[in-house]
Design a protein around this ligand. Structure first.
Ligand SMILES: [Zn+2]
Length: 597
């Protein structure tokens, strides 16, 4: 089954969505609305104008009196503290981590939540830091000649095994198209191939992208199968010895220098023993130029292979060439912490709704010579002190108001900026079974530019969580929209994605584009200004003078109501039909059912 959301016009999206999921809509709407009637009597401040000026909070007395409802001044106080210079940019493994973890635990205790991880509010996340030797070369034997590819210039290589030395010896090369095995789409680039011990070479993105074919995968909208992380994971599941992705700027949406820079220096990962997923001994990228030359020497044509790979029924193609490399790495073990707090449900306490936000950010950078006044602290106010403040505010409002029937877990994860590792660790070591985890609501970087007419669902069209959120947002007089650049695959780039991969329905929603003051022009200008001037820069600071929190609180109110609605539901939201994560959820639920017998 194919379904595509290519159009930004809301009504068309909604029509498509209802056509696609009539069953889901029928299931969810009545129950959700019933719960909403109940919420209307709770302490939520969705429709209240921003009361206290945020700058009042900035000069607050040492003991701040939080209110039991969603409140802009309370929200601002959390952000002010978390994004203060004293927290040093909240880098994992620094005193900033200790301060952040202490602050979160203190807040959860004040709110009256229970420890979320047994009798503890923290979950230790061990990790490894691997740095590849940049003198490493990749040698390709083809047509009696050896091509030697240099690290950085021609290729990048890494290992996730934690081994200080990994060797690949004359491994047969196979071209596997896009490296996709998508049973729900009837597509398998590995069909009939045993890749054990082999080196698979594959294209970036998915078949629909390069073919510019809207009926193939999701056309230009990036699917899960287009992400480079997926391709390595699939090659590992298939048992390959090594996997190489052929870079092209259009397909990757960034140039080679981005690949080179992000694969140089330290790479962060969970330890293999803490991660159930298989790992490749060697993985990396090669430049499009090197790939073209290598295939030409083997008597093959990269462009013709690319065209073949975009057609249904593609079969893997053996390449008369072998790959060899010896990769030396330095490996260091470190650890950080997730923070977890639980609001127990009243009558279905074993079922859990999760609110998540990453607490970590980038820390500080080294001083530039001769610049003593330089700001070296990445305060990470928007990214993601806002998300953490958001889940604290929702926790306070839920604990003080209507009692949820299902339990609600507040999960502040670490190491998002280092590869989504805190959430990955939680999913591999969940405090509550994933089959008992109803859904996940992730908050990463909230809107601080004022009220909007819309709420963005990143990766819109994934799960029935959207069917629950839509009427809540409509009741606020607003609408759900998809993100402005679905080709960039943002759904696959924040913490909820680890839950999605495991099968747990996960929503990433937040900042709309259409500002009440100035419309989408002003909304786009605000987000472009943030990306250009503050995103991942020391200037991402809390600013009481310019931040407008009335829109922030309205977004929080919508997510608050969504979590409460989920906690009152008896049913389980599902991935939409045709979604790549649906099978994992069905398997998980079936296993749980059979274990009960
Ligand atoms: Zn973030």
């Amino acid at each position: 089954m194919k379904h595509h959301i290519q159009n930004h016009v809301f009504d068309q999206i909604r029509d498509q969505s209802q056509n696609r999921h009539p069953h889901a809509t029928r299931i969810w709407r009545p129950a959700a609305l019933a719960v909403l009637g109940l919420i209307a009597t709770s302490a939520c401040t969705a429709d209240r104008p921003a009361a206290a000026a945020p700058d009042a909070a900035a000069t607050a007395a040492p003991v701040y009196a939080f209110k039991p409802a969603l409140d802009p001044a309370d929200f601002a106080e959390h952000v002010r503290v978390l994004a203060s210079d004293a927290f040093g940019g909240r880098a994992p493994g620094t005193p900033g981590e200790d301060r952040t973890v202490d602050y979160l635990q203190t807040q959860f205790e004040r709110i009256g939540l229970s420890p979320g991880n047994g009798d503890s509010y923290v979950q230790t996340v061990p990790m490894q830091e691997t740095t590849a030797d940049p003198a490493t070369t990749l040698r390709i034997e083809v047509a009696g000649q050896t091509r030697t590819l240099a690290f950085g210039t021609d290729m990048v290589l890494g290992t996730r095994t934690g081994q200080p030395e990994v060797t690949l010896a004359a491994s047969d090369i196979v071209f596997v198209g896009y490296g996709v095995d998508a049973p729900e789409r009837g597509w398998n680039d590995y069909a009939g191939l045993d890749v054990k011990g082999k080196t698979v070479v594959m294209l970036v993105n998915d078949p629909g992208f390069h073919a510019k074919d809207a009926t193939l995968f999701d056309g230009e909208r990036m699917t899960y199968y287009g992400r480079w992380t997926y391709k390595f994971e699939e090659a590992a599941r298939k048992g390959a010895a090594a996997a190489l992705i052929v870079h092209d700027t259009e397909g990757a949406s960034y140039g080679w220098e981005v690949v080179r820079n992000s694969w140089s220096g330290a790479q962060y990962d969970l330890r293999p023993t803490d991660d159930p997923a298989p790992r490749l001994p060697l993985q990396g990228w090669i430049t499009g130029e090197q790939a073209k030359a290598l295939f030409a020497e083997a008597g093959m044509d990269l462009d013709a292979l690319r065209a073949a790979a975009g057609k249904p029924g593609f079969k893997p193609v053996p390449v008369p060439a072998t790959a060899s490399a010896t990769l030396k790495s330095t490996v260091a073990e470190k650890e950080s912490r997730n923070v977890l707090a639980l609001l127990p449900g009243t009558d279905r306490a074993d079922e859990v709704v999760v609110y998540m936000a990453h607490w970590d950010h980038l820390g500080t950078h080294d001083a530039t010579a001769g610049d003593a006044s330089e700001d070296r602290i990445y305060n990470g106010a928007v990214d993601n002190a806002t998300g953490v403040a958001g889940i604290l505010e929702i926790a306070g409002a839920l604990a003080a108001g209507a009692k949820p029937r299902r339990s609600v877990l507040f999960l502040a994860v670490t190491l998002e900026e280092s590869g989504l590792l805190g959430s990955q660790y939680y999913v591999a070591h969940p405090a509550f079974p994933l089959a008992k985890t109803v859904g996940v609501i992730n908050i990463d970087a909230m809107n601080v530019s004022g009220r909007t007419r819309d709420v963005t669902v990143v990766g819109k069209g994934n799960s029935e969580l959207e069917d629950l959120l839509a009427p809540i947002v409509e009741r606020q007089g607003r609408r759900l929209v998809e993100e402005s650049k679905p080709a960039a695959g943002y759904y696959f780039r924040s913490d909820h994605f680890n839950f999605a991969k495991a099968g747990v329905p996960a929503l990433y929603a937040g900042a709309g584009r259409d500002l009440l003051e100035g419309g989408t022009a002003a909304g786009d200008a605000a987000s472009q200004d943030y990306i250009a001037n503050r995103y991942h820069k020391p200037a991402d600071e809390y600013d009481a003078a310019t931040w407008k929190l009335d829109g922030t609180v309205q977004d929080l109110a919508a997510l608050f109501e969504l979590g409460l609605a989920l906690s009152y539901e008896e049913r389980w939201p599902q991935w939409y039909p045709g979604n790549p994560f649906r099978a994992a959820r069905e398997t998980m639920m079936a296993e749980q059912e059979s274990s009960k017998q």
